[in-house]
Design a protein around this ligand. Structure first.
Ligand SMILES: Nc1ncnc2c1ncn2[C@@H]1O[C@H](COP(=O)(O)OP(=O)(O)OP(=O)(O)O)[C@@H](O)[C@H]1O
Length: 676
């Protein structure tokens, strides 16, 4: 079940998008990844500290292990020096080099092995601490981000782009994790590598060390420049990669539209152009990526050549204490600096990307819902609702557009209220105000006499079920789709801002909703017959992995999902538009059964759907235009009466004329003509 995923990163979360390339492949990086103006990345680094603090111990142990490993890594050259100097019979100030026996050589060899084993062991310790800590931080940030996103409201999601949010939760999070893991240990590796290597080299020969000090900045400078160039071109290639994937995905999802409009050739041509651009960018990347290694070899070759010349002279100088063994140790130690030098440019990129990505994640954390519980206003004692609804002079504006204007409505608990009106008249937003998807601009919406702003959101949403105009079904079984709302109740709250280390294993959560409840809800929604016709019944998978339901079946699944929660208030937004009149009758019978003691708001365009409602409200231009029972409204001879006449006419036409195949469409057609 979906919520189980909250308790830990799935296998995919551990996958590392590393190419065999010299530079790691990260998320597509666009201009959007640049830090938000006016906010320095280091400021946001401070906001990352609480997550790092959860793993202080791991980072301290891990970083000490890196320092030990880099230092021990230089020991083999010391033993090689002793061996060479012993073998060549040269004697320096160190008595250990005054000749060598086979036994001593074996000891040195053992020393080399021991150093390698020790360094390997500490690198392992580092990985177990820092890399694991970065994965845990990734888990914790993702957990908290998701939990925070759950608190954000409709206005936020109206503005946010799903693709962008997905990209932040995956690509940006990976970039942050890479900075906390690989970035952190590489920084320490580079610093300790440079410090220890320079200390050793200086103790061997200050003259040679001076040459290195002169050369290294040039090498690092050139490499950093190349690394930046590669990073930039890599980013451009990645951006194009994203575009091309998005285009392909849209083409696959909209395959029916593409075929229907016979625009395959245009699609092929567009895709070809995008693909060609990707090729161009990839070639541009190869042009700088390829020569990097050769360039590195060339620079190092030159450096080593120079050191050989000067070092040779130092050895040959009369009375010199600089031995062949010391020279070999010097060169070996310098060679160990190759990797850190190469890494500087790379790590700078990783840190820059990580910080920029963290800024983008902070933007999500900083977003606050407009609608939320507020201390002082929310009365947390209100847990149960009866279902009396009241709109008091409610006005809703979006910018300069007035959507609802001075709506007054009183709906006693247990009322079956029909709502109709021309398209865009404000029917849906009326329901949305009731669930506090947003608050009214003026006036107040009340349940049981309490202004909604005084009700805890959990109480409110627990009491109301909505069947939206375009129901969303998950790629899951029919049973889980119907039981979606009940399974989520009574779950332990997942704590945020805490370490995952030492967290107890997830509680054993029942995997399937009560089958009897699900079956009963399906019956009431008129879906049972359809489900029983599927070979796997309620276990039938929907969506990408399973069957595709018809529009009417989708609507009824959503109705079943809403009523299985046994809400005090049920809102159905145009939920019977895709079913035939016979199915509609069955669903309405079911709804009447459920509506005993509940308040039902049924938004519909068809008089046949509305006629048995206790009360019917007709909205027009965001105002209540008519209100009363079916008979009252017919007597008023207004919009509703006109609607009824036209729909009756359409249905008579249908009875007379075989050519009108679908009475619903005919009625809708006529109704649209009238409402226009
Ligand atoms: N987030 C929004 N921003 C701006 N305008 C909005 C927003 N949501 C709704 N509206 C506008 O509010 C008006 C009422 O919308 P609503 O969805 O309630 O209409 P409706 O009566 O349910 O129509 P239909 O019968 O077509 O579903 C419409 O003009 C719509 O464009």
């Amino acid at each position: 079940m979906r919520h189980v995923a909250h308790f830990g990163p799935g296998p995919g979360a551990y996958s590392d998008a590393r190419t065999g390339n010299f530079f790691p492949e990260t998320a597509p990086l666009g201009p959007a990844l640049l830090p938000a103006p006016g906010r320095h990345p280091l400021d946001s680094f401070r906001t990352l500290l609480p997550y790092l603090r959860l793993h202080t111990r791991q980072y301290v142990i891990g970083l000490i292990a890196v320092v030990i490993a880099t230092s021990v890594n230089l020991l083999p050259f010391y033993f090689i020096r002793l061996t060479i100097d012993g073998l060549t019979g040269q004697v320096d100030a160190d008595p250990a080099t005054a000749g060598i026996t086979l036994g001593t050589a074996a000891l040195y060899a053992l020393g080399i092995v021991a150093a390698a084993v020790t360094a390997g062991f500490f690198m392992l310790v580092m990985r177990r601490q820092i890399v694991v800590a970065s994965r845990q931080s990734e888990y914790e940030i993702r957990r908290d981000l998701f939990a925070h996103l759950q608190t954000l409201d409709k206005p936020y999601y109206d503005r946010a782009r799903t693709g962008d949010l997905m990209n932040r939760l995956t690509g940006d999070l990976s970039a942050v994790r890479e900075m906390l893991g690989f970035g952190a240990w590489q920084i320490v590796n580079i610093v300790s590598g440079f410090v220890t290597a320079f200390a050793v080299m200086f103790s061997l020969s200050w003259q040679l060390t001076l040459i290195v000090v002169a050369i290294v900045p040039v090498i690092v400078g050139v490499l950093t420049y190349l690394a930046r160039l590669i990073s930039k071109r890599h980013r451009l290639a990645q951006e194009q990669n994203s575009l091309i994937s998005a285009r392909a995905q849209e083409n696959f999802s909209g395959a029916r539209v593409v075929k229907g409009y016979a625009i395959e050739d245009r699609e092929i041509e567009d895709y070809r152009a995008m693909n060609l651009e990707l090729l161009r960018r990839n070639i541009a990347l190869t042009k700088v990526d390829g020569p990097l290694r050769s360039f590195m070899s060339l620079l190092l070759g030159l450096a080593f050549g120079l050191i050989l010349l000067v070092g040779g002279r130092l050895i040959l100088e009369p009375g010199s204490t600089f031995t062949v063994g010391m020279f070999v140790q010097f060169v070996g130690t310098l060679e160990r600096l190759t990797w850190p030098m190469l890494m500087i440019g790379w790590i700078t990129g990783i840190i820059q990307r990580g910080l920029a990505s963290w800024v983008r994640l902070r933007e999500i954390f900083d977003a606050q819902p407009l609608v939320r519980d507020e201390t002082g206003r929310t009365d947390l004692r209100l847990r149960q609702l009866r279902g009396d609804i009241e709109f008091q002079n409610v006005t809703l504006r979006y910018g300069s557009t007035t959507v609802l204007s001075g709506v007054n409505l009183s709906v006693p608990a247990g009322t079956f209220l029909g709502i109709t009106g021309p398209t865009g008249s404000g029917k849906t937003v009326l329901g949305q105000l009731l669930t506090r998807a947003m608050d009214p601009t003026a006036g107040s919406v009340r349940i049981d006499g309490h202004d909604l702003r005084a009700l805890p959101l959990a109480t409110l949403r627990d009491a109301i079920s909505v069947v939206p105009q375009e129901p969303f079904l998950f790629s899951d079984s029919i049973a889980n789709n119907i039981g979606f709302g009940i399974e989520a109740r009574d779950l332990p709250e997942v704590p945020t801002g805490v370490s995952v280390v030492g967290a107890p294993p997830p509680a054993d959560i029942p995997q399937t909703p009560d089958p009897l409840k699900v079956r009963e809800a399906a019956r009431l929604a008129g879906l049972l017959g359809d489900v029983e016709d599927f070979p796997r019944g309620f276990d039938t998978m929907l969506g990408e992995r399973g069957v595709t339901l018809s529009g009417g079946q989708r609507q009824r699944t959503a109705i079943a999902r809403a009523i299985v929660r046994e809400p005090r208030i049920l809102i159905l937004d145009d939920s019977l538009s895709a079913v035939d009149t016979e199915t509609e009758r069955r669903i309405l019978d079911g709804l009447r059964e459920v509506s005993q003691g509940r308040t039902v708001l049924l938004i519909a365009h068809r008089v046949s759907t509305l006629r048995h409602a206790d009360q019917i409200v007709v909205l027009d231009g965001g105002r209540v235009a008519e209100q009363g029972s079916h008979e009252d409204l017919l007597a008023q001879n207004g919009h509703y009466a006109q609607l009824e006449r036209l729909q009756r006419l359409a249905s008579d036409l249908d009875a007379d004329d075989e050519a009108v195949a679908d009475p619903v469409s005919a009625a809708d057609l006529l109704e649209q003509k009238v409402t226009r």
